[in-house]
Design a binder for this molecule. Structure first.
Ligand code: X2X
Length: 359
């Protein structure tokens, strides 16, 4: 380089180049970045989760002065729909980063099954206490050990059950129902325990299965059941908040560690902002005015569906809420799962989660 830039003219060009690239890395350093960073997520861009991923990519580009370009690959396109492979692919560096559900990431990080323990986390407040408390810290630490750098907590949401047969009020109502679940073992265990007939399949195949009536039901948050227009296949939904599905924005750790500090800072800020926006989209109309106000005041975003329950009723769905007694029957029926799953999740983490929630 010294030889090349020996002349005064060349020095001038170099100085100009440096000033244009400010405040970030010098051009020589900028050459270290890839042309495109691949990001995986399991849903289309139209879902709230997809909108969050799009925003993350946009913010990263802005905040790094165009040096880091993330391309979102929606609907697990890089994995041919095999949603449970995302954490492994990011850990290996085949994919650079992910905006991914904790369910889909649980094959590599079993600790993430803490969110899938049925009837363990009842509300957003408890979820936030865990994510921003000791539980969240421990999960990010476990991720680092597996080659993943966690950046921010986003969301898919509390999962509700829908079906084409009847309103579900009790475990008996689930008896024999064929329910599509994610291929994560705790979901199969839970629905078997409740007497249903769980069928695991990737989300990419699920909609065809609903259309063809191969399954009677499924479970997902409003951020999925609304854009997929579930009322076209299922007339009944029960809001049982039986478990929650956070998303995490994460990066291949080796690659992350090699980024200059200013780039790390910019991406981290982008992740936190995108996650706050996306979380609010997923919670809008489910936490009073809180998330609706965050969207309006901080992001100038007005929700098309400000009240998901009313919206589903408006589409002709029967929306059922459980009484305390009905809920207790589900809690009792799923208790045996705790004996099997707490050792897999880690007793320590389970205790941390309980402590976080009681703070
Ligand atoms: O597969 C699902 O049900 C979905 C879309 O919610 C996830 O990716 C976990």
């Amino acid at each position: 380089m010294t030889k090349k830039f020996g002349s005064f003219k060349c020095l001038l060009v170099l100085a100009l180049g440096l000033s244009l690239a400010a405040p970030f890395a010098a051009p020589a350093e900028a050459g270290k970045f890839k042309k495109e960073y691949k990001m995986t997520l399991n849903v289309p861009s139209s879902f709230y989760w997809g909108m969050g991923a799009t925003k993350f990519a946009k913010l990263v580009k802005e905040k790094t002065n165009g040096q880091i370009n993330i391309k979102p690959y929606y609907s697990s396109a890089l994995l041919k729909g095999a949603q449970l492979k995302s954490p492994q692919m990011v850990a290996q560096g085949v994919i650079d980063c992910a905006f991914e559900s904790t369910i889909n990431s649980s094959p590599v990080i079993p600790e993430m099954n803490i969110f899938s323990l049925p009837f363990f986390i009842n509300n957003f407040e408890n979820l936030d206490k865990m994510e921003y408390g000791e539980t969240g810290k421990a999960i990010f630490k476990a991720m680092e050990k597996k080659g993943l750098k966690g950046l921010a907590w986003a969301e898919n949401g509390f999962r509700q059950v829908t079906n084409s047969k009847k309103a579900i009020h009790s475990p008996q109502d689930l008896k024999g129902l064929r329910v599509r679940v994610v291929g994560s073992p705790i979901f199969i265990d839970t629905f078997r325990q409740l007497g249903a007939d769980p069928v695991n399949m990737n989300w990419g195949d699920a909609v065809t299965a609903f259309q063809q009536g191969v399954v009677d039901g499924q479970e997902n948050p409003v951020g999925v059941i609304i854009p997929v227009q579930i009322w076209n296949y299922h007339k009944y939904t029960t809001f049982w908040n039986y478990l929650v599905d956070p998303c995490i924005i994460y990066w291949n750790k080796k690659q992350w560690d090699a980024f200059p500090k200013d780039i790390q800072k910019a991406i981290q800020e982008a992740a936190e902002e995108a996650a706050r926006f996306e979380k609010a989209l997923c919670r809008a109309g489910l936490d009073g005015d809180k998330s609706l106000n965050i969207l309006k005041n901080e992001f100038n975003h007005i929700m098309k569906v400000p009240d998901p329950v009313k919206y589903l009723e408006g589409k002709g769905m029967t929306v059922t809420f459980l009484s305390d007694q009905e809920r207790q029957a589900f809690i009792d029926a799923t208790k045996p799962l705790y004996d099997k799953w707490i050792p897999k999740i880690g007793k320590d983490l389970y205790e941390k989660a309980k402590a976080d929630m009681s703070k």
